[in-house]
Design a protein around this ligand. Structure first.
Ligand code: ARG
Length: 286
């Protein structure tokens, strides 16, 4: 084997740098698909809860192996979607903006999240007036000191929640309109990869919002529709490693080409509820 260590870099592939993250996750102990609030959910198709738990645990261990911290939220019986912890809050600089769910089936998840943060010692908690589904639709992007909130609307989060989030979290908001019901949350159509890079599916957005994202991210990675259709964009990046659905093989290759390290995970059971790795992962930014 010859060593490549001393050879000059063959291309201009950028160096990527990971930063340690803090995540909140909720085990799918009560996971089920008993109602349909997005086109992925089909209550007539059985789910294997043990498999869901095993896949979820592999995701949790992936984060630990990457050096991240993972805290756990106690699952509540009767809240089958609670495994999708990303929807329960948005946390920036230790400020916790609670969620307010569009559908009554998920309403009780919001106070459970706020209670977790209260118990964990967070003091600045904001209960929202308008519907926002946490990091499902509110994605923190940009370098420290210049972060914005990419804010989705169209299916779940109320546009009035955007200014509420801007005020609560002290960050400007970039409003983006989703138009394809399969990509009902922003985190199914955009992955924030690092301070300046996103991957996205243009077709999931209104023409005006496509323009907004093209202007802001001229070098964005444009996902193949086939990768988006397995929720490949529902990915979690630490700036270097990108944890994404194993089925999104084209996206994994494109990420590697850009110097990221794809980390595939199989969450096929949780896809039956309409979620992937990012949906299961709430980032705690203290
Ligand atoms: N069944 C859940 C719902 O429709 C899935 C949520 C997925 N979460 C996400 N962050 N996209 O609300």
């Amino acid at each position: 084997m010859t060593s490549v260590l001393s050879s000059p870099s063959p291309s201009r592939t950028p160096e990527r740098t990971a930063t340690r993250r803090h995540y909140l996750m909720c085990p799918p102990e009560h996971f089920a698909v008993t109602y349909a609030i997005n086109p992925w959910m089909r209550p007539e198709v059985p789910v294997d809860r043990d498999l869901a738990l095993a896949q979820w645990d592999a995701l949790r261990r992936t984060y630990l192996d990457l050096g991240h911290r993972v805290d756990l939220l106690d699952p509540v019986p009767g809240l089958p979607d609670m495994v999708y912890a990303a929807n329960g809050a948005t946390v920036v600089d230790g400020i916790v903006l609670g969620a307010r769910f569009r559908h009554p089936e998920r309403a009780d998840e919001a106070p459970a999240h706020l209670e977790w943060f209260r118990t964990a010692g967070f003091r600045r908690l904001v209960e929202p007036e308008f519907v926002n589904e946490g990091e499902g639709d509110l994605l923190v992007a940009g370098p420290p000191g210049d972060t914005v909130i990419l804010a989705g609307t169209g299916f779940r989060t109320d546009p009035r929640a955007h200014s509420e989030a801007a005020t609560a979290l002290g960050r400007p908001v970039v409003a983006l309109e989703l138009v394809d019901p399969r990509y009902y949350h922003l985190d199914t159509a955009v992955a924030v990869l690092d301070d300046t890079t996103i991957a996205w599916l243009p077709e999931a957005f209104s023409p005006a919002s496509q323009e907004v994202l093209r202007a802001r991210y001229p070098d964005a990675l444009v996902a193949d529709p086939a990768d988006a259709a397995v929720l490949g964009l529902n990915a979690v990046s630490d700036g270097e490693h990108v944890v994404l659905p194993a089925q999104a093989t084209g996206l994994a290759a494109a990420l590697a080409e850009r110097g990221f390290t794809p980390v595939p995970v199989d969450l096929s059971e949780l896809l039956k509820g309409g979620g992937g790795p990012k949906c299961c992962t709430l980032e705690v930014r203290s």
